[in-house]
Ligand binder design. Structure first.
Ligand SMILES: [Zn+2]
Length: 391
């Protein structure tokens, strides 16, 4: 398991479909009376570097971020320091106090106001409680779209120390804090774009597969100032297998054409190619050619089983079991909800399948796997795909 995965899939507690996306954009849901003011849009919940130093280091993410901080502090020059600081992912840090606030925001609420600290600060200071371990408390302030943890202490000392800490001054996020937050915001935005773009591509793939016609659609860049048209087509190579359990023995040719003529799409093409690479097994034959006029065509051969997995679009729910520490290497291609599958491809994290198994949808070495018969039983999708190809 990579460091990144460990951070996005906290080992503690029962994981949920949303939890590995928790570090993504938090969008408090509107509830209740429509006349209520909109809750503030919070993109990140993160500690200031000053607050980070106060947190208990027996928490793995706290320890990891502290190590980055200490290394940066002892860096020989500014360049090295900047380079090390790029490793910080404080906006995605998994820590009980931060997660408490994220949960409250996700449910459309706001943390409680801490009276003494608010008085000392001359502005609203929120209080959060950790529900695990030694029961820490944290003081938070909202600046722009960032909820900053500015102070933390064990619960029995919080009330007597929080206001004093604030009275001392220099407790607000500093220049470097804001720089790191901007850096995280950019990576959150980029990740969000990748998940959305891949979801759009998988939706188009489903359309071209089920309707057996080319599908054209647009993908805009992260700033929405530039868009590129894509055309997706799938053609049979083999006679479709007679039954779903043999779907891995026959293949089709998938063609993605990026219509890029006459426009400056340089910033858009590489990210799209990178995304398409996420859903391509290196064992699958592939080709990338520039056509006359500048369009780019990517062609690869996929088994009908793989095509079924990528387009299954599960909506049914299965009771989720906790994610095990060690995940077995999949021996079959399971079906998953499209946007969940897209996020897992982008993040390299595990997903829960329709048949009730956790797996990381890595593609390498799975080009020739059959579809999972249990998933297929619940949703006869490979059957439908093969049927569609035959008609
Ligand atoms: Zn399955």
């Amino acid at each position: 398991m990579t460091k990144n995965q460990a951070r996005q899939d906290p080992a503690h507690g029962v994981d949920s479909r949303e939890s590995h996306n928790r570090s993504a954009v938090l969008n408090p849901t509107k509830t209740g009376d429509m006349t209520e003011p909109d809750p503030p849009r919070v993109l990140q919940v993160r500690p200031t570097l000053r607050a980070l130093k106060l947190l208990p280091t027996d928490e793995p993410d706290v320890a990891a971020e502290r190590t980055v901080f200490d290394r940066a502090k002892s860096a020989p020059d500014a360049d090295t320091r900047r380079h090390i600081l790029h490793e910080h992912r404080l906006g995605q840090m998994q820590y009980s106090l931060l997660n408490d606030v994220r949960t409250i925001l996700e449910q459309g609420g706001m943390p409680d106001r801490h009276t003494a600290s608010s008085k000392a600060a001359g502005r609203t200071v929120y209080e959060a409680r950790s529900h695990t371990g030694a029961g820490w408390r944290g003081a938070f302030v909202l600046e722009g779209d960032v909820m900053w943890l500015v102070f933390a202490s064990p619960h029995d000392r919080f009330h007597s120390t929080a206001a004093d800490f604030i009275k001392k001054g220099t407790w607000l996020p500093g220049e470097l804090d804001k720089k790191l937050a901007a850096q995280d915001a950019e990576s959150i935005r980029r990740r969000g774009w990748r998940v959305d773009a891949l979801t759009t591509i998988l939706d188009a793939l489903r359309e071209t597969t089920t309707e057996q016609r080319p599908v054209e659609f647009e993908l805009a860049d992260t700033t929405r100032s530039n868009a590129c048209t894509l055309r997706l087509e799938s053609e049979p190579i083999d006679e479709p297998a007679p039954t779903a359990d043999l779907a891995h023995t026959t293949s089709g040719m998938l063609t993605v054409t990026l219509l890029i003529r006459g426009a400056d799409h340089k910033d858009l093409i590489q990210p799209i190619i990178d995304i398409l690479a996420l859903v391509r097994d290196s064992a699958e034959e592939q080709e990338q050619v520039y056509l006359k006029g500048g369009d780019l065509q990517l062609v690869w051969i996929v088994s009908h089983a793989r095509l079924s997995q990528l387009t299954a679009a599960v909506n049914d729910t299965t009771d989720m079991v906790a994610q095990p520490q060690e995940l077995p290497t999949p021996t079959a291609l399971h079906y998953v909800n499209t946007s969940v599958l897209a996020a897992a491809f982008v993040d390299g994290t595990a997903v829960y399948s329709l048949c009730g198994q956790w797996f990381v949808p890595r593609l390498d070495g799975s080009a020739r796997l059959p579809v999972c018969q249990e998933c297929e039983e619940r949703k006869p999708w490979a059957h439908a795909v093969l049927d569609g190809l035959r008609s």
